[in-house]
Design a protein. Structure first.
Length: 317
């Protein structure tokens, strides 16, 4: 029987642990990876189509314009391993341009789109081996291919790298090195530093989709962990952190209140926030430093016409 797109390695249930620890800290924080349940993933796809959210348009334009350069960079017959694959829309663009790609391994902590994305891609590229992995990509794990299967290229678009702090980014880049091997290559998309107004609008759109995406995390806690958050008593905020060069998403408490989750209580003061995501913005130099910290070197740097977004081709070393 062909199990070509059976999902391997189910995610360990660590949501409760992360929520209880994050809300017990002096500065309340929740890891952004939990934003992507079924509704969160659908809302994120809606965000990618918003006028204010230039990131997806800019990255997609690079992938289209540089399709041949990308195919030259990735050797023929390669296996593409994608970190944080989501709906895999950009993946199809890349796979369509590659020369005889052999395999595709989408990795995502959210099972929502993983099965759908894998099926769609397997149907469109019938000769491709598709092996989805449901996993936190910061965990240590193996991918189901070895050196003898041919060249491997990592693909990490969507500026998801910017959601990781320096230590997490180093962990992931190092793990990518192990997955992809000494001859491995990686293609990583990151958002570039620009005027703060443009950045903040991308994370606080006029239609309120990003606000719904952020507040959905509280709904997820209510639904999955029996929490009693009153959503109308919190509001979404996007803030620029000049030191981190990051847009931060917060959920701001609108009053003094007490919330119960899994039988534990958490007190919020008026204006106190839960920090739910940081989206770090890079220059070519700061990204190069980050890549080096994880054992990689920038071999190719591509940008869109407006120089909003950067796509980098990395080799080991
Ligand atoms: C910003 S979206 C990008 C989606 C898609 N790659 C794109 O470019 O539009 C981030 C994706 O990474 C996944 N993700 C975030 N943190 C993760 C983690 N620690 N481990 C695995 N997947 C993660 C999310 O579930 C989501 O699908």
């Amino acid at each position: 029987m062909d199990h070509a797109h059976d999902i391997i390695h189910p995610v360990e249930d660590s949501f409760a642990r992360d929520v209880l620890a994050g809300l017990s800290a002096d500065v309340k924080t929740l890891p952004s990876r939990w934003l992507y349940d079924e509704r969160g993933s659908a809302l994120f796809e809606e965000i990618t189509r918003l006028d204010e959210y230039y990131l997806t348009r800019a990255e997609t334009s690079i992938l289209r314009e540089r399709q041949n350069d990308i195919a030259d960079f990735v050797e023929s017959g390669a296996i593409l391993i994608e970190y944080g694959a989501g709906a895999g829309v950009k993946t199809e663009l890349v796979l369509a341009g590659l020369r005889e790609p052999r395999g595709y391994v989408p990795i995502d902590i959210a099972d929502t789109f993983l099965a759908e994305t894998s099926k769609r891609i397997a149907l469109r590229f019938p000769s491709l081996w598709v092996r989805p992995i449901e996993r936190n990509f910061l965990d240590v794990f193996k991918v189901p291919f070895d050196e003898s299967d041919g060249g491997r290229t990592g693909f990490f678009p969507g500026s998801t790298m910017g959601n990781l702090n320096a230590s997490e980014a180093k962990t992931l880049l190092t793990q990518m090195g192990q997955h992809l091997g000494d001859d491995g290559r990686a293609i990583i998309g990151v958002d570039l530093q620009k005027n703060v107004g443009t950045l903040l609008r991308a994370y606080d759109d006029s239609a309120g989709v990003t606000a719904a995406f952020n507040l959905n995390l509280l709904e997820r806690i209510n639904a999955e962990l029996g929490g009693d958050f009153r959503l109308e008593q919190f509001e979404h905020a996007a803030r620029w952190n000049e030191i981190e060069k990051a847009v931060e998403m917060h959920l701001v408490s609108l009053c003094d209140q007490r919330v119960t989750i899994c039988g534990r209580t958490f007190d919020f003061r008026t204006s106190e926030t839960i920090h739910t995501e940081s989206s770090r913005k890079y220059t070519a130099e700061s990204f190069e430093r980050l890549a080096r910290s994880g054992g990689w070197r920038v071999a190719e740097a591509w940008q869109d016409a407006d120089r909003l977004f950067g796509l980098f081709g990395l080799i080991r070393g």
